[in-house]
Design a protein around this ligand. Structure first.
Ligand code: ADP
Length: 352
């Protein structure tokens, strides 16, 4: 239910593969013209009915306040769902739906956050006393790379206001983490998954440089704690456990009644797998982002999309990857409203 008493004038919704992001403006009835606030919320896309109901309530409120619905509520839609659900939105809301192109909205939203909103953009590094530092506005905004980590990942080079090109992406994204995590751990919500990753120790399942070398691999500049292979230790651990259970050297199957559990091995701890998978996805995206930034001569890399969700390990991994590969030449930036770039862009583009 709308938790406000203000007058709603304008709603934008960015309907992605996983989440529908809603942004709307409310104006307190008795304040000056431009006094108001932006509200942010999201719904799971598979419950688009809840999202539509919410917008319907905003619409009814709008009509109530405005007497006759002379100026109907303005609903702007972007993302794939603006196409997939277009007819449904139109019919069920009985309003005109204005559609806007997704990448354009992302960039307009990001430009707005970078140039207009103080305390929105920040850098992150766990090795600093104060890991989160708000970024000063830079006079040289362009060019930059936007890496949007939603269900999938898009990388967009922006060369000037509304001048952009999608240069690449990867399908190993937030949806991959979300899907594989549900298989591995049985957790059902994204925040549970992140909390599990917080508690885990990836070295229990990942093969580290130290597992191979027994020490740092100094010549190459790899610390013993560097990950050599994500999940690379899992089968080895299972085999060890089996040998332990069956007695050294015994061949599994000799005692089928006793070995049925051992033949599946002990399942690695879900927390450890969560941490490992979070690192795998974030490191991979960080490295591809770095390579794209090199290819397209860009120094500043902004990470957006709901996958990030202000999570420390995710941001630290992305930030570390950019600093490590660029030898400190390039910088990763994050946003407080990272999931709402597209919705804010759609909102601004059709601002009355
Ligand atoms: P899309 O536009 O593709 O839906 P988003 O930017 O909304 O992409 O990001 C979706 C991703 O964000 C999911 O794949 C998941 O990794 C993560 N995520 C964050 N919050 C949630 C949530 N409440 N439910 C599901 N996934 C979430």
């Amino acid at each position: 239910l709308p938790h406000h008493t203000g007058v709603v004038s304008h709603v934008a919704v960015d309907i992605g593969g996983t989440l529908a992001k809603l942004v709307y403006f409310t104006r307190e009835p008795d304040t000056a013209d431009n006094g108001g606030r932006l509200n942010f919320l999201n719904f799971e896309t598979h419950r688009i009915d809840l999202c539509i109901n919410f917008i319907r309530q905003l619409k009814e409120e709008h009509e109530k306040r405005n007497g006759s619905a002379r100026d109907g509520l303005c609903v702007v839609a972007t993302g794939g769902g603006a196409y997939k659900y277009y007819d449904r939105l139109k019919e069920e809301l009985n309003v005109n739906i204005l559609r806007e192109e997704e990448m354009e909205c992302l960039i307009i939203g990001l430009d707005f956050f970078i140039t207009e909103i103080p305390n929105e953009v920040f850098t992150y590094s766990d090795s600093d006393a104060e890991p989160m530092q708000y970024a000063e506005a830079r006079p040289d905004v362009y060019p930059y790379l936007l890496v949007n980590i939603g269900s999938g990942v898009s990388m967009i080079k922006v060369s000037g206001p509304r001048q952009f090109e999608r240069v690449g992406g990867t399908h190993l994204g937030g949806g991959t983490f979300w899907g594989i995590m549900s298989l591995l751990t049985g957790s059902r919500t994204f925040d549970d998954m992140l909390a599990m990753a917080d508690r885990g120790d990836n070295s229990a399942v990942d093969m580290l440089v130290g597992d191979i070398y027994g020490m740092d691999y100094t010549k190459i500049g790899l610390k013993s704690t560097a990950i050599a292979s994500t999940f690379g230790k899992v089968l080895r651990l299972k085999n060890d456990a089996e040998q332990g259970a069956d007695g050294e050297g015994s061949i599994r199957g000799d005692h089928p009644s006793e070995s049925s559990e051992a033949s599946h091995g002990p399942k690695p701890n879900p927390e450890d797998m969560s941490r490992s998978l979070l690192y795998a996805i974030s490191n991979n995206i960080g490295q591809i982002a770095y390579l794209q930034s090199e290819k397209h001569s860009v120094k500043h890399i902004y990470f957006g999309g709901s996958f990030i969700r202000g999570h420390r390990q995710t941001m630290n991994t992305l930030s570390y990857a950019i600093r490590f590969w660029s030898k400190g030449e390039k910088q990763a930036y994050f946003l407080r409203h990272e999931g709402y770039l597209g919705a804010v862009g759609a909102f601004i583009r059709r601002q009355p």
